[in-house]
Design a protein around this ligand. Structure first.
Ligand code: FES
Length: 510
């Protein structure tokens, strides 16, 4: 047996294992949380850990993702690491338990009157929830909380999780993890209050995994969901440890335009003759255009870049993540802002977008996305010691994502100009459209019309929860409204358009 010491944000932990055991297996056995952005395929390099003592031998997958210097410093790729001797390793920020971020903000005073419910946004990365109180016609958000989605060890995006779910044990584990995360939030928010209902919005894959549905149809053409309609369960059918409540799951439109988007659209007023564009800047870049009469929806496979996935120094929006950047003369850093003003440890989604836009503005990236000679090999340094860099590959990943979004927007607009543009999602709530203008992700038709509206999936779930708490008539009206959104939406298949490849390639430029 060998001795394995693990240092994480929650402390130092020692265990033992047989030589030849995979590091992943040791962490699973000990119930230690970690993140595998590509689901452990060895493709992304996003699961780095650092051995302080007893680093195992480096393999070819390490060479693909880690510099010689990093390997010498003891960095290895967690998903492929096999332990061969006594060791001490540090899990690092990207594996840190984001549930520590759980926050509760009390929005109103609770006088103990009224009825209570919980709204949940079951996101791929983060699960958000809020406590709703309904009293005499108006509803109030009393508190909100969030935790990471602990399915992240099966991959950071829905594609990796669908692939992982081919293994029955992994699929069951993901079902259990999602239910446990939701139960923890519900218990945290509800305290000793009597709840009447819980509403869940989420993308189609997340709701499938939560319900234990087969997700294999979501991963291959023609992308057929097991079910899309709204469902109302007794809670304990899905959330084994919460009884005597009604669990309402909102309906979705397609495999890639799910209940989270329907919930978002449910928060926006549809006015005849008024055109609006709705864009959720998550992994799938789901979007909708209402032309004052008809509703069209699509999803653009943008990848995880908006959450800094696939970026060499990318990380979640946690303290120390670079979120805003301004570049000065000669490529100097004029301003660098990190979350909570902590020492920089990586780059989060808004930082990724702002850096790219700034590098374009300063001419350090050319129109085709090429970094200038000076930075081409090693990347553009964001910190004095050069430990955080923005590389050519990072820029390519941003180009792929922004081109997917731009092409999707153009396909839905078909030359029309919206009166209003709503940008939703965690990333969407933090961007300043002027600061990312050089990305050319949005068409000119959006100029001056963008409103960042935050987590509309949670807001929609909250609105529905309030309707349920108001009584049967309000619930029936809400169901009808959601059904109308789903039935009237025309799904546009981007890749099926003849001009798609050409438009996409053109949109890669800055
Ligand atoms: S390389 Fe390990 S999760 Fe992607």
């Amino acid at each position: 047996m060998i001795s394995v010491t693990i240092i994480s944000k929650s402390g130092r932990f020692q265990t033992s294992a047989r030589a030849g055991t995979r590091l992943r297996a040791v962490l699973d056995k000990e119930g230690i949380d970690y993140s595998l952005p590509c689901g452990g395929e060895g493709k992304c390099g996003g699961c780095k850990v650092r051995f302080l003592e007893g680093a195992p031998m480096s393999y070819v997958w390490e060479e693909a993702h880690l510099s010689e210097k990093e390997q010498a410093q003891g960095y290895r790729i967690l998903c492929r690491t096999v332990l061969d001797s006594d060791c001490v390793l540090e899990l690092g920020e990207m594996h840190s338990d984001l549930s520590e971020l759980k926050t509760i903000e009390v929005g109103g005073r609770d006088n103990g009157q009224g009825t209570y419910g919980i709204a949940v946004d079951l996101g791929t990365t983060t699960i958000g929830a809020c406590l709703i109180k309904q009293e005499t016609g108006a509803y109030e958000v009393l508190a909100s909380a969030a935790t990471q989605n602990h399915q992240r060890k099966y991959g950071s995006d829905v594609i990796s999780r669908i692939a992982a779910a081919e293994d029955e044990a992994a699929s069951e584990d993901m079902e259990r993890l999602a239910a446990a995360d939701i139960e923890a939030l519900v218990k945290e928010l509800a305290g000793d209050r009597d709840l009447k209902t819980i509403t869940i919005a989420g993308n189609t894959t997340m709701l499938h995994l939560l319900n234990g549905y087969d997700v294999s149809g979501l991963g291959r053409y023609p992308y057929t969901p097991h079910a899309l309609g709204s469902v109302k369960w007794p809670t304990d059918i899905v959330l084994k440890n919460i009884e005597n409540l009604t669990l309402c799951e909102l309906p979705g439109i397609s495999a890639f335009v799910g209940a989270d988007i329907v919930a978002g659209l449910y928060t926006i007023p549809f006015e005849e003759g008024k055109k609006f564009f709705f864009l959720d800047l998550g992994t799938n870049g789901e979007m909708a255009f209402y032309d004052g009469e008809r509703l069209k929806v699509t999803s653009a496979a943008a990848g995880p870049v908006f959450e800094a996935g696939g970026i060499s120094s990318g990380m979640a929006s946690v303290p120390g993540a670079i979120s805003h950047v301004e570049i000065g003369p000669g490529g100097s850093i004029a301003r660098l802002k990190t979350i909570e003003d902590k020492a920089p440890v990586g780059i989060c989604g808004t930082g990724v977008m702002e850096i790219t836009s700034e590098l374009v503005r300063c001419g350090i990236i050319d129109e085709t996305g090429l970094l200038s000679d000076e930075y081409f090999d090693e990347g553009f340094p964001l910190t004095e010691d050069g430990s955080i860099r923005f590389t050519q590959q990072d820029i390519r990943n941003v180009q792929l994502a922004k081109a997917a979004i731009f092409t999707g927007i153009q396909a839905l607009l078909e030359g029309e100009v919206p009166d209003k543009v709503y940008i939703a999602g965690g990333f969407g709530s933090n961007i300043d459209p002027d600061k990312i203008a050089n990305l050319k992700m949005f068409p000119g038709a959006f100029d001056g019309k963008i409103a960042c509206v935050g987590n509309t999936a949670l807001k929609g779930a909250a609105k529905y929860t309030a309707a349920v708490l108001s009584g049967w008539d309000a619930e029936t009206d809400a169901d009808r409204e959601l059904q109308l959104i789903c039935e009237s939406a025309q799904v546009i298949e981007l890749a099926a358009r003849d001009s798609f490849d050409e438009e996409y390639l053109e949109a890669m430029n800055f």
